[in-house]
Design a protein around this ligand. Structure first.
Ligand code: NDP
Length: 507
């Protein structure tokens, strides 16, 4: 999204982590160099074969022990996550909860998903053959994560890879490395095999991870995602990309407006708007527009800013985000938008921006086209559902969307027409909190998905083993030599299988 080098003190060889809520210094981490990635990757590769060899049942045991460590240390993780992110504790709690959910889900589902699959081929070309599909892990997965949910987007994505039998090198954002470092300590603390580690530094380390890994799981901006894709192309390394969004929220006449307003405020301002699938555009049908806007305005005014318990909205995690948010709001105002609440930085230590509601916005404004990733909710009046759908799809992004409506059938029909990877009806983020569901973006928002079987199987390669079910003769009917008699026999066999009625017998 933006340069983050402010946090890297190259001269001192340190990553300097500050508390976004008040700008105070929390900790320094040694700044690692790309060469360290190669060393870490070699170490992890050395440990991976044994991790694969012990089998899924033993790996599940280790992951369940790790689950227990996470549960026992949740308060510590929340404290670190809140401090380094400037966030209210409820937000990192979503992360720790999902880590546990992921371990539970894959403990249950991985045995079936990873088991060899025996095919029942019907083709005459494979008559009498036994064909089995086996899964083998990529030896080393590289997981590169963004700073907004640093635990979930690194360790959360590493979990399925560990189930699959891969070793994993994590590259957390230099902005929020501390909770990840604690989670790595947790893995070591339980005495688990040394197949999970992290490297700490800037984007150059991310690039080195792409070079070192056999599979890359990346979460971040579209711009960096493209760089990852380009870099991975040179070694034909497969990648899964979870990128930015500009998610729309459609409010139709007849919807439960109180729920829609409560949800719009939560979807727009939870984690201070720094949610890839947060609401960044709201389209409201004309007949309910005024009432809805007033409901949103009063609810946003009631939000409590702070990081102490009982607060709703924290600081912006990453200082340069302030400039992006401010520039988009100013651009919108210059082009005719009206600020209903907020619209300015908050003059206090740390990185604070007042929760902002904008109206009279249109698609010529950056705030409606580019990812904001901050506490800004622009609301647009639309004539009807058709116009809302047209606007919702008028974007390069396609992560998710929400529809508020009373008529479920109408909402489902609209859902089918939205160009996104998920639609929540009268709700927000369920596609992400439901780990059984795939979470992936359309258009520039990504390639691949996390969650469900996709989140696990992508860390594996298939290997097909084919053999005869019955003792094989010296040659198959379709091998050399191509004699006329063998051709006729093969032709008859194919006609028998592919033909219909008497045609099967050439009649
Ligand atoms: P960035 O793209 O700036 O960074 C993401 C990660 O990539 C960071 O760890 C970063 O390291 C690293 N990186 C930077 N340069 C390179 C490179 N050349 N090669 C490999 N890795 C590199 O994103 P942000 O951290 O700013 O995160 C915000 C973005 O993430 C938003 O666009 C948001 O929508 C998206 N996101 C998407 C989600 C999804 O599931 N689709 C979920 C959450 C966020 P460093 O920070 O140290 O520079």
């Amino acid at each position: 999204m933006t340069e983050k080098s402010t946090l890297i003190d190259a001269e001192a060889g340190l990553i300097r982590v500050h508390r976004p809520a008040d700008g105070t210094h929390i900790a320094d981490l040694p700044l690692q160099q790309p060469a360290h990635v190669a060393e870490c990757a070699a170490r992890l590769r050395g440990a991976q074969p044994e991790w694969q060899r012990i089998g899924l049942a033993r790996r599940i045991e280790w992951l369940r022990r790790y689950r227990q460590w996470i549960v026992d240390n949740t308060d510590l993780l929340l404290e670190i996550g809140a401090a380094e992110g400037g966030r209210v504790r409820n937000e990192p709690m979503l992360e720790t909860t999902l880590l546990v959910e992921l371990i539970d889900y894959y403990s249950r589902s991985a045995p079936k998903l990873l088991a060899p699959r025996r095919l029942r081929p019907r083709s005459p070309l494979v008559l009498g053959k036994k064909v089995t599909v086996n899964r083998y892990p990529y030896p080393l997965a590289g997981v590169i994560g963004a700073w907004n949910f640093p635990m979930l987007l690194t360790v959360g994505d590493a979990l399925p890879a560990l189930f699959a039998g891969s070793a994993v090198v994590l590259k957390p954002s230099e902005v929020t490395p501390l909770a990840v470092r604690e989670l790595i300590r947790g893995w070591q603390h339980i005495g688990a095999p040394p197949v999970l580690d992290a490297v700490y530094g800037g984007g150059d380390l991310g690039a080195a991870v792409v070079d070192a890994a056999d599979f890359v799981q990346f979460t971040g901006s579209v711009a960096t995602g493209k760089r990852v894709l380009e870099r991975a192309a040179s070694t034909v390394t497969p990648v899964s990309l979870e990128l930015g969004g500009k998610d729309p929220c459609l409010v139709l006449a007849g919807a439960n407006l109180a729920r829609a307003a409560n949800c719009a405020v939560y979807g727009g301002f939870s984690n201070n708007g720094q949610v890839c699938m947060g609401f960044e555009r709201v389209y409201v049908e004309d007949s309910v527009y005024d009432e809805f806007v007033e409901m949103v305005r009063t609810r946003v005014l009631a939000l409590r800013s702070g990081t102490e318990p009982g607060s709703d909205v924290g600081a912006l995690t990453f200082a340069p985000q302030l400039d992006i948010v401010d520039a988009q709001v100013r651009d919108a105002v210059e082009r005719g938008a009206r600020v209903l609440t907020g619209g300015h930085r908050v003059e206090r230590a740390g990185t604070w921006y007042a929760p902002t509601v904008l109206v009279d916005v249109d698609h010529s404004m950056a705030v409606m086209r580019e990812e904001t990733f901050g506490p800004v909710l622009p609301i647009v009046r639309v004539a009807d559902a058709e116009e809302a759908i047209r606007f919702a799809n008028d974007t390069e992004f396609g992560l998710s969307a929400t529809i508020f409506a009373t008529d479920d059938r109408q909402a489902e029909r609209i859902a089918a027409r939205l160009e996104v990877g998920a639609v929540n009806i009268n709700d927000f983020l369920i596609n992400m909190t439901c780990v059984d569901a795939p979470q992936g973006g359309w258009k520039t928002s990504g390639i691949g998905a996390r969650g469900a079987e996709y989140g696990l199987l992508k860390f594996t390669r298939t290997k097909v083993v084919a053999q005869s079910r019955i003792p094989a003769g010296d040659r198959e009917i379709n091998w050399f030599p191509y004699t006329p008699a063998r051709f006729r026999a093969f032709r008859s066999a194919i006609r028998l299988v592919h033909g219909r009625g008497l045609g099967r017998f050439g009649l």
